[in-house]
Ligand binder design. Structure first.
Ligand code: URA
Length: 241
C-alpha cells in the first residue's frame, strides 16, 4: 500500500506526514522514506513513524497451481474461475491474479490483494521472466532456437523480444521444450510457436520472476507464500522504491 494511504489509516494528517518525511522521521526497514507515494507492506517491512511502530495491514500472497479449464478472472458467468478454488473467507478479500493464464494453461499463478505489486511485476519496465513447459504438435529444431533468440515476428507483424527456447525432446508429431519470455503479450507463447509452424498442445508456467512453482502443489491447490518467497516480494518492493 502507498505510504500516505497507510499513514492515513492511522489517522495521521497529510500535513504531519509531509513534515515527518522532511524531518526524516519515517523509516522503512531502517531506511529513511523518500516519498509518501512509495509502496510499503507492513507484513514484510518494518514501518516506524516518529519512533512509533506502525502495525498496518498484512497483505495476502498466495501461490496457486492453476488447473486446466478454469479462467483467470474474479467472476465468470459460465465458467469456473481461479477464485472458485479458494475457500470462502479468502474469496471475500479483493484478490486478483498477477499475470493472466489462458483457460487451458496450467501452472504457477500468484494471487494477492496488493494491487501495486501486481502492477509492478507486470509492468514492461521490470522485464519479469516467465518460463513455460510446452508441448507442440511437430518437430522443433536448432533453427527454432535461433529464431526465438532473434525475436519472433507474429503473422500480424508484431515483434517479440528475444526468448530462450530449450528443446527437451523431438519427434515428427510431438516435441517438448521450455521457453522463457520477458513480456506478457496476449496468448504470446501460443502465437510464437504458431509463427514457426507448430501448435501448442499443452502449456504450463513453472517460473514467474524469482518464483518457482512448488512441485508439491497439485493442480487446483494453493498455499501462502513462505518466508523465502515473501523475501522475494520484499526485494521487488525495495527495487521499485
Ligand atoms: N502464453 C500463452 O499463449 N498463454 C498463456 O496462458 C500464457 C502465455
Amino acid at each position: 500500500m502507498r505510504l500516505d494511504k497507510l499513514l492515513a489509516q492511522e489517522k495521521i494528517s497529510r500535513k504531519t506526514m509531509k513534515q515527518a518525511l522532511l524531518k526524516k522521521e519515517i523509516l522503512v526497514d531502517g531506511q529513511v522514506a523518500i516519498s509518501l507515494a512509495q509502496n510499503v507492506d507492513t507484513g514484510l517491512q518494518e514501518l516506524i513513524f516518529q519512533d512509533r511502530k506502525i502495525q498496518g495491514y498484512e497483505h495476502i500472497y498466495l501461490m496457486l497451481h492453476k488447473p486446466n479449464g478454469v479462467v483467470t478472472a474474479s467472476k465468470d458467468k459460465d465458467l469456473p474461475t481461479v477464485m472458485d478454488l479458494l475457500p470462502q473467507p479468502l474469496q471475500s478479500n479483493q484478490l486478483y491474479a498477477i499475470g493472466r493464464l489462458d483457460r487451458d494453461t496450467t501452472g504457477l499463478l500468484l494471487l494477492t490483494d496488493n494491487g501495486p505489486l501486481g502492477f509492478q511485476l507486470l509492468h514492461p519496465q521490470y522485464h519479469v521472466d516467465k518460463t513455460y513447459q510446452v508441448e507442440v504438435n511437430g518437430p522443433l529444431s536448432f533453427d527454432h532456437i535461433q529464431q526465438f533468440k532473434d525475436g519472433i515476428v507474429f503473422l500480424d507483424g508484431t515483434v517479440c523480444k528475444p526468448a530462450k527456447l530449450k528443446i527437451l525432446s523431438v519427434s515428427s508429431t510431438e516435441s517438448r521444450a521450455s521457453i522463457t519470455i520477458s513480456e506478457g503479450k496476449f496468448h504470446q507463447v501460443k502465437k510464437m510457436f504458431l509463427s514457426v509452424g507448430v501448435k501448442v498442445t499443452a502449456l504450463k508456467r513453472v517460473q514467474f520472476g524469482d518464483f518457482t512453482l512448488d512441485s508439491e502443489l497439485v493442480e487446483g491447490q494453493y498455499r501462502s507464500l513462505n518466508q523465502e518467497e515473501l523475501q522475494i516480494i520484499k526485494n521487488y518492493l525495495t527495487k521499485s522504491g
